[in-house]
Write a protein that binds this ligand. Structure first.
Ligand code: 13P
Length: 234
């Protein structure tokens, strides 16, 4: 059995922390047998680290300081107590035109700052329809396939926020393909895209799926708790 601790990430995107996020029985706290990490807005990072949650940023810039209005540096993210950072989420690729080159710099810089990068990759609907999924994923991984210490999140763009998902065995096969491209075979590979309490068990039972990156369902504490419970049991 590979030693890959299950990981459940709550990507709150541009939303406020859900009510009760810091209650003593909140589902957003990390546990000994499973990593639970929240990804709040930049403004809420410090608030969350102060309450002892495991926290990651949704984006970080490699440069340490300078004329980059609106951005935050990896170093600052680490300095407020974060442990993780998303790199190349599809919404950043789409709305901020982040390229694979920029994203690979983020991954390297995160590691240098002592943060664990979660590299997000995934094909869009057209690419899937054209049968280009593997090619797209290989391209997105190309510059960082030798990197050790990161986590990969496979998030098919067409599955994000749509209620559509690949089947669990399909996702498993894609994860196996991703792993085949990585030098570090112990890299954790998460699935993301419309994961919820109803489908989590099936995804998390797959041998190549080491956890989930949850968007919409992570904003509902009781729904999120069920996903965490499934992950703990799987
Ligand atoms: P949804 O769970 O809302 O589909 O979002 C997934 C995601 O983008 C996580 O990063």
């Amino acid at each position: 059995m590979p030693n890959r601790k299950k990981f459940i990430g709550a990507n709150w995107k541009m939303n406020a922390a859900p009510v009760g996020w810091d209650a003593s029985d909140s589902p957003y706290f990390s546990m000994s047998n499973i990593d639970v990490v929240v990804f709040p807005t930049s403004i809420d990072l410090r608030m969350c680290t102060q309450k002892k949650l495991s926290v990651g940023a949704q984006y970080g810039r490699p440069e340490t300081a300078g004329a980059f209005t609106g951005d935050i540096a990896m170093q600052e993210i680490r300095a407020v107590g974060c442990t993780h950072v998303l790199c190349g989420h599809s919404e950043r690729r789409q709305h901020h035109e982040e390229s694979d080159e920029m994203i690979s710099k983020q991954v390297i810089s995160a590691l240098q700052c002592g943060l664990i990068p979660l590299l997000c990759i995934g094909e869009n609907a057209d690419q899937r329809e054209m049968g280009e999924t593997k090619e797209v994923l290989a391209q997105q991984l190309l510059a960082v396939s030798n990197v050790e210490g990161m986590i990969v999140a496979y998030e098919p763009v067409w599955a994000i926020g749509t209620g559509k998902t690949p089947t669990a065995p399909e996702a498993n096969e894609t994860h196996a393909f991703i792993r085949s491209l990585l030098k570090d075979k112990n890299t954790r590979i998460l699935y993301g895209g419309s994961m919820n309490s109803a489908n989590a068990a099936e995804f998390l039972a797959q041998p190549e799926i080491d956890g989930g990156l949850i968007g919409g369902a992570s904003l509902k504490p009781e729904e999120f708790r069920k996903i965490v419970d499934v992950a703990r049991a799987s």
